[in-house]
Design a protein around this ligand. Structure first.
Ligand code: MG
Length: 385
């Protein structure tokens, strides 16, 4: 039986890698649904490759374009809008939701799938950062697992397999350090968009590449590891590993240290997530361990990455703080990528928002949406974007 996949965010960097893996293993998978925001050219190509897939173009103009240019596509289209993702889940009833959407917008379909008992392979870390508590509750009550796609968490799930949390002394998430890791600290503030997007090891979408340069991405991953593996924050540390070959290390109480290694190719963690809990042979390029560069690990420099401390503060505060952190970051990164603010202002915007939005506990999806709304409103009023 083929695993029937619904791939949200299929035209983004992770989504394209998911389809690459799927197309290498046609005997394993069938794509029953695809979604994109506005890249209709690529979405139409993907629909042609996967002729039984329903699709969603989230942007209303993109939706109309898709239908107008190919009227036979109308039957396969799902109406966009606030409930578009949920409609696509209902229309396709997949065996696995593969969520590669960027940003907070990915929370709702993740929750809907888990509530319906559909396992979720999750690249959308913002969903766990903002909604970790309610996603875990939904997963527990329906029995549908959340399977990470993030390379560090795929690594962690393998190194932690069979270990009890009390046996774990420390887990180390590795960070490349992003595009600005070797730049003099006083020159970071004025880094251009081009500087920030030149990631040294991973090829990814723009938003996550900026998050790598601020190291907020790693802060999100600490929160993700906390929720997905039940690890207390004090057991999660970050170390700089410029080669991006070691994806995590787990130190156990008997001083054993386990690591997971692989070349920085997103298709490897994706393959693991798509086939979990099985493993299959693959045509993906194999790593030759004797070709690995010299592997180094070093302490992180807090002064270089002030946003990382904001993430830890939000993580420890809990409640709606991680949502404020995430929403403020989405707005600030958007403004940076649009050329409206300097790189160093990303920190300032998040820091101000975290001080301004009232703390609240999170009991439901609506509570998270409300915090997101308040944060956006504050930033609009204060910074104008
Ligand atoms: Mg990662």
């Amino acid at each position: 039986m083929k695993k029937r996949l619904l791939v949200l965010g299929s035209t983004g960097s992770v989504g394209r890698n998911v389809l690459d893996v799927v197309e290498r293993h046609p005997e394993q998978f069938e794509v029953v649904g695809l979604s994109a925001r506005a890249n209709t050219g690529l979405l139409a190509e993907q629909c042609a490759t996967h002729p039984r897939a329903r699709f969603l173009a989230q942007d209303p103009d993109a939706h109309l374009r898709m239908i107008r240019e190919a009227p036979d596509m109308a039957l396969r289209a799902v109406e966009p809008g606030e409930s578009g993702f949920v409609r696509l889940i209902e229309a396709t009833a997949p065996d696995l939701l593969v969520n590669c959407v960027v940003g907070f917008v990915g929370l709702r379909p993740t929750l809907a799938a888990l509530e319906a008992g559909i396992p979720v392979a999750l690249a959308n870390k913002e969903a766990v950062v903002t909604g970790g508590k309610i996603l875990l509750e939904a997963s527990r009550s329906s029995g549908a697992p959340i399977i990470p796609i993030d390379s560090e968490h795929v690594a962690l799930s393998q190194c932690l397999a069979g270990a009890k949390v009390e046996d774990v002394r420390q887990v180390y998430l590795t960070a490349s350090g992003g595009a600005l890791r070797d730049r003099a600290i006083e020159e970071i503030a004025g880094a251009t968009i081009g500087d920030v997007l030149a990631h040294p090891t991973w090829r990814m979408g723009d938003k996550i590449t900026v998050d790598s340069a601020t190291l907020l991405n790693k802060g999100f991953e600490v929160i993700e590891a906390h929720w997905l593996f039940g690890l207390p924050f004090e057991k999660i540390r970050v170390v700089i590993h410029p080669q991006s070959i070691i994806h995590c290390l787990v130190e156990l109480k008997d001083n054993s240290i386990l690591a997971q290694l692989g070349t920085p190719d997103m298709r490897l963690p994706i393959l693991y997530a798509l086939t979990y809990p099985s493993r299959i042979e693959t045509t993906l390029p194999r790593s030759r361990i004797t070709d690995f560069p010299g592997l180094t690990l070093r302490e992180m420099d807090d002064e270089r990455y002030p946003c990382f401390s904001l993430a830890l503060r939000a993580a420890r505060t809990g409640g709606n703080a991680p949502t404020v952190l995430n929403t403020a970051n989405e707005a600030a990164v958007g403004a940076f990528l649009a050329g409206k603010i300097e790189f160093s202002r990303i920190y300032a915007v998040i820091e101000r928002a975290m001080g301004a939005v009232a703390p609240a506990s999170i009991g439901s999806f609506d509570d998270i949406v409300e915090t997101d709304r308040q944060t956006r409103e504050y930033i609009k009023a204060k910074f104008g974007f």
